[in-house]
Write a protein that binds this ligand. Structure first.
Ligand SMILES: [Zn+2]
Length: 549
């Protein structure tokens, strides 16, 4: 394995290299750094997701590069370059594909080139021989603030979750509980290969709670969408039910004009609203309009069951012109085919949380239904009270559960035609399934570029594409758990553990190196997390509370 010196500043030789690879002739320049860093301004609805169709790429000697005119205009002299060398590259970019042995060249916070045997004599080198190199995984839905309460609700019903988590434990949260839960949860995501997290924060009773959660998220170093949500208290006498209360516009305005003003920052803002299952139509209208007024992604928990507050809610929202790619819904398990078709055709992203959903539901997660309608499925873990929050676990669960449900459909069709079923049985020695219904590659796509698209970040992350942010992971293949696992995506999904994620880079910054998370003060933060959980559970008699084992 190659030695890994610290990144060194670019030199005159780096300019010569750019002369070779980045001729000034180009069809269009990438946005200038100044433009990329411009503070956000309020925009009129609808908000278009920036596209990539016009990205100025060019091929040279079989390597895909992106024109970087801004580099030529002054950044080059001080650029920091790192070459990740010799790994098996799973780019998740259709134009680059898979490289059996390839390099990724990073300059400052961006990917400069991806290809075999790149020349970069001035770059610091990270040897990746024998490893997988792929874009950082994207977690599209996690309630990170709940980290101190992991594994207390795996045997709960959904009603238990709402009664205990939102009714009993949620109100006990102090700002420090949100900070440390979010920080340690985000660090755990990084440790297990996630470089972007949609932190769906709905335990924030006051602005101080919100700021504390944001402090933890920012401190972790992870790229994130901070989803500002709302708590669900039991109403006091004279107070309206939470379903009748619009999202707090003052908080969105405060965050959007202060700490989370920039769309190009590492942490950006989204509005986590109640949506048509948990709020009235009037509140839906106000919340969708609020998100659009501030140019934000909105996201809502949705089941589509008969007890929802606004039946056919998404069809009605579509009729009012309120749906588009700037909305994300989570679950959607019971949505009818016609409403789901409206959702997909509107460009709304749908995030399935298979492991969490199957615990208390009788229908398949939506991913395959979304794909069949022409959408791009997104997957996530949801809440760590019920199941592990990592994307490696999430991909495993999604793949296996989708195959189970797909196979059930196939068998049901066969059994409706007994003659065909008999023929199948003879042909396949008993198994009624003659072709698998979902590939590992597809599930990895869901966990990377599709999840990035759900967060409206696919122009910046989700694949190893020149010009995108340098968010990537290096996965070793020599542990006892991984050794001998041949096909790389199958190896990743079924065999890789967090300990196999050797290096993690976000925005060109190494956050995990040689298997060690670089965040300072880990031991103290872990102790604070345990103390937080003890405080939250004290006297409840719940699993993990003092005296409950
Ligand atoms: Zn959730």
């Amino acid at each position: 394995m190659a030695a890994r010196p610290s990144p060194v500043p670019g030199s005159a030789s780096s300019s010569r290299m750019m002369d070779r690879h980045f001729p000034t002739a180009g069809t269009a320049a990438a946005p200038s750094p100044a433009a990329m860093d411009a503070p956000a301004t309020k925009r009129a609805a609808p908000v278009d997701r920036p596209g990539t169709a016009a990205a100025p790429y060019f091929l040279k000697n079989g390597v895909l590069y992106r024109e970087q005119r801004h580099v030529m205009q002054g950044r080059g002299a001080a650029a920091m370059r790192t070459l990740i060398r010799g790994g098996l590259v799973l780019s998740m970019d259709e134009r680059i594909g898979r490289l059996p042995q390839g390099d990724v060249l990073v300059e400052d916070d961006r990917i400069l080139a991806v290809g075999p045997a790149l020349e970069a004599p001035d770059a610091a080198v990270i040897g990746a021989e024998g490893c997988l190199v792929l874009p950082g995984l994207v977690n599209a839905h996690l309630h990170t603030w709940q980290t101190a309460l992991r594994a207390i609700g795996g045997d709960w019903t959904s009603a238990d979750y709402f009664r205990i988590m939102h009714g009993v434990l949620g109100p006990r949260y102090q700002p420090e509980d949100l900070r440390v839960g979010t920080l340690v949860g985000a660090l755990a995501q990084l440790d297990a290969g996630v470089t972007t997290l949609f932190d769906w924060c709905h335990g924030n009773a006051t602005p101080e709670h919100t700021d504390a959660a944001l402090d933890g998220l920012l401190d972790s170093g992870i790229r994130a969408v901070f989803g500002h949500g709302t708590v669900k208290p039991q109403p006091r006498p004279g107070e309206p039910h939470f379903s009748e209360v619009p999202h707090p516009a003052a908080e969105i305005r405060r965050l959007r004009t202060t700490r989370l003003a920039a769309d190009t920052a590492r942490v950006t803002l989204a509005a986590c609203i109640l949506g048509p299952d948990y709020s009235t139509m009037d509140v839906c209208r106000a919340d969708f309009a609020l998100a659009r007024e501030y140019g934000l992604l909105s996201s809502a928990h949705v089941w589509g069951n008969t007890n929802r507050l606004v039946p056919e809610g998404y069809r009605r929202l579509a009729e009012e012109g309120l749906l588009g790619p700037d909305h994300n819904l989570v679950h959607g398990t019971y949505l009818g085919e016609e409403e789901l078709r409206v959702i997909v055709e509107s460009g709304v992203s749908v995030t399935s949380t298979a492991a969490a959903e199957v615990k208390g539901n009788a229908r398949e997660p939506l991913s395959c239904r979304v794909a069949a309608l022409g959408g791009a499925p997104s997957i996530a873990p949801d809440t760590e009270l019920l199941n592990g929050g990592g994307m490696l676990d999430c991909m495993r669960a999604a793949l296996q559960l989708h195959r189970l449900f797909n196979n059930q459909h196939i068998v049901a069709r066969q059994q409706a035609q007994p003659a065909a079923a008999a023929a199948q049985e003879i042909a396949t020695s008993g198994s009624p399934i003659t072709a698998v219904s979902l590939t590992h590659e597809a599930v990895l796509r869901w966990a990377t570029i599709n999840n990035a698209r759900a967060l409206r970040l696919d122009h910046r992350i989700g694949s190893l594409t020149p010009g995108k942010q340098a968010d990537l992971i290096i996965v070793r293949r020599d542990s006892l758990g991984m050794i001998g696992a041949r096909e790389p995506v199958q190896a990743l999904i079924h065999f890789a553990q967090a300990a196999d994620i050797r290096d993690v880079m976000a925005g060109g910054r190494l956050l995990k190196q040689d298997g060690r998370l670089l965040h300072p003060g880990l031991a103290a933060e872990k102790a604070r997390l345990l103390a937080s959980g003890d405080r939250l559970l004290a006297g409840t008699g719940l699993p993990g509370a003092a005296g409950q084992g």
